[in-house]
Design a protein around this ligand. Structure first.
Ligand SMILES: Nc1ncnc2c1ncn2[C@@H]1O[C@H](COP(=O)(O)OS(=O)(=O)O)[C@@H](OP(=O)(O)O)[C@H]1O
Ligand SMILES: Nc1ncnc2c1ncn2[C@@H]1O[C@H](COP(=O)(O)OP(=O)(O)O)[C@@H](O)[C@H]1O
Length: 335
């Protein structure tokens, strides 16, 4: 928050500051180096063309004021004057300034519901991170019915990759619903939002250079395709657990198919389990259970299909090896 506020200051008097923001050209961006302990309060003093003018009160510094030189920023792609500022030539770390300004410079845009936001490019890029990790960041998207073996294969895959010295992280549907997506139900629009968020997080992991394994039912083709579209070509590897419903239902490790068949999931139910003398309660709000009274749309062109052969399911580690072989083939296990 302090860095963000400092960036909004845009110009200031120099006394007592180690560095200051320059707005003399749209290619430059700098940061005020404020010590958090010295800042005792932020005060919003007004807005100008969507940019907040902030007064930082400090224990050691005099109040900072905008001063007298006219500057330009780009707001929603349009050049706008933001008023009078001076001291544009103050001591900046040029390299860091240019690094962090990124390719969009001071492009301020509206994205979704967020107004006046700017893209900051990191000084270390994806290629450098990949070189460090000796792998290519990507998303392995495991989709399939409940009980088809998504989580099991994700774990085996993670183990196999780890064994080869590759950094991998699993985003499991059940787990993500414990935190990030705890506000979402199983009605269609919430499933879509669940997948959208997981897709966005997976994209960040891939950008970090990590092999991100998402194991989620993701029943709707459109939502999966939207996640694919977030990533560079080839970085989204869809793995379809093509296991027949009757096999998944026979496994039924959580007893959910049984509940669904009994009509106890549609419309929302509460499940309570006595565990170590504690009652654990889950609320299942649902338009239906996938495969029973809610649709599952199988992928049409997934990179990998894992299915039974002659009615026999391969072991989870063999299935994981199939995925690892694919990653090796496409060169993702090297930088
Ligand atoms: N109505 C309904 N439909 C499907 N699944 C249900 C439902 N209610 C609860 N569960 C449990 O939630 C797990 C699926 O969560 P996901 O986030 O992967 O689902 S989705 O992609 O948003 O459809 C899923 O976990 P897995 O069995 O591992 O797939 C179920 O255990
Ligand atoms: N390849 C496999 N062969 C036999 N059983 C499996 C296999 N993969 C998973 N299972 C079993 O199927 C059940 C469901 O697996 P799970 O990974 O939880 O599925 P999902 O995450 O798709 O709901 C578990 O009891 C698991 O042990």
């Amino acid at each position: 928050m302090i860095a963000a506020a400092a960036r909004l200051l845009l110009g200031c008097s120099s006394s007592g500051l180690e560095s200051a923001v320059s707005m003399s050209s749209p290619q430059k961006l700098g940061f005020l180096n404020l010590q958090e302990s010295n800042v005792v309060g932020f005060e919003k003093r007004g807005t100008s063309l969507g940019l907040s003018v902030v007064n930082v009160r400090s224990k050691v510094l005099p109040p900072l004021e905008a001063s007298k030189e006219s500057k330009t920023v780009y707001i929603n792609g349009k050049a706008e004057s933001i008023g009078d500022f001076s001291d544009s030539s103050l001591d900046l770390d040029e390299d860091l300034s240019n690094d962090c300004a990124g390719k969009n410079g001071h492009m301020i845009s509206t994205i979704g519901k967020s107004t006046n936001i700017m893209w900051h490019e990191s000084s270390v890029g994806k290629l450098e991170r990949q070189k460090l990790l000796q792998q290519k960041g990507c998303v392995i998207w495991i989709t399939g019915l409940s009980g088809s073996g998504k989580s099991t294969v994700a774990c085996a895959l993670s183990r196999g990759l780890h064994y080869r010295g590759k950094l991998c992280y699993i985003l499991d549907g059940d787990n993500v619903r414990h935190g990030l997506n705890r506000d979402l139900t199983f009605k269609a629009e919430d499933r879509a939002e669940n997948i959208r968020r997981i897709g966005e997080v997976a994209k960040l992991f891939a950008d970090a250079g990590v092999i991100c394994v998402a194991s989620v039912i993701s029943p709707y083709r459109r939502d999966r395709d939207a996640c694919r579209a977030l990533l560079p070509e080839g970085n989204f590897v869809e793995v379809f657990m093509d296991i027949p419903l009757k096999v998944c239902e026979a496994r039924d490790p959580k007893g959910l198919y049984k509940l669904a068949r009994a009509g106890k999931i549609k419309g929302g139910i509460t499940v309570s389990v006595l565990c170590l003398n504690k009652v654990l309660t889950w609320s299942l709000h649902s338009a239906g259970f996938t495969g029973i009274d809610d649709p599952y749309e199988p992928p049409l062109n997934s990179e990998i299909v894992l299915r039974q052969k002659g009615g026999v399911c391969a072991s989870p580690s063999d299935m994981a090896e199939e995925v690892i072989s694919y990653l090796e083939e496409v060169g993702y296990l090297q930088a």
